[in-house]
Write a protein that binds this ligand. Structure first.
Ligand code: B12
Length: 145
């Protein structure tokens, strides 16, 4: 009888210890998802050096898409604006214009979406997530001709 009771107490102890470890884990992961990132977004015009380039440091949680970061930038900076068109087949947006300068099929110009090393991303703004405080995102007005 005593042995059965001791086994029961031991089981209850193990179960409560397990629950504590689980709840510690979940609080850690919810903290992780709200770690802030300060991302530098550079706006440049590779076709016209007299066009006013701009740089914004945008604060968003790590893991935010670049599209959501741009929406946040619109709220955080009075002088930043953009327009985009949603394409269902790519699950994301094509950036049509930034700071009132729009790409044009007639002129064969567009906003090229690059990393901080001048390399064009292989997907659109909804599918690239920001990671760390030193992340740099560049939009460079360019020609595809
Ligand atoms: C032509 C083309 C372009 C042209 C479109 C201009 C034009 N008027 O023709 C230009 C050079 C502007 C372009 C730009 C980009 N493109 Co592009 N493009 C293509 C390509 C080769 C053909 C599209 C096409 O004409 N389809 C035929 C027409 C009838 O169909 P449509 O759906 O109406 O086409 C439109 C859309 O495709 C849209 N579009 C073009 N590129 C992109 C990219 C994204 C993310 C979205 C949402 C829409 C979009 O523009 C087309 C004309 O209106 C495709 C690859 C392919 N073979 O499909 C890549 C493709 C769609 N592009 C791609 C990419 C990555 C980009 C860029 C993000 C590259 C960059 N890092 O800058 C940029 C967009 C940046 C921004 N401003 O948001 C990827 C998208 C991958 C993804 N899942 O996100 C593709 C699939 C190529 C690839 N495999 O890498 N592109």
């Amino acid at each position: 009888m005593m042995l059965k009771f001791s086994i029961l107490v031991a089981c209850l102890l193990v179960a409560s210890l397990y629950r504590e470890v689980q709840s510690d884990d979940s609080s850690e992961s919810s903290e992780e998802s709200t770690i802030p990132a300060n991302v530098t977004m550079k706006i440049e015009n590779s076709l016209d050096s007299s066009w006013p380039s701009a740089e914004y440091v945008v604060s968003v949680p790590v893991g935010t898409s670049v599209y959501e970061m741009m929406v946040a930038a619109k709220e955080q900076f009075d002088d930043f604006t953009f327009e985009a068109t949603y394409f269902r087949q790519y699950g994301g947006h094509f950036i049509d214009s930034i700071n009132d300068l729009a790409g044009s099929s007639a002129d064969q110009t567009f906003w090229r979406f690059e990393n901080g090393y001048g390399v064009a991303f292989d997907r659109g703004v909804d599918l690239i997530l920001v990671h760390a405080n030193d992340d740099v995102i560049v939009f460079s007005f360019a020609s595809w001709a």
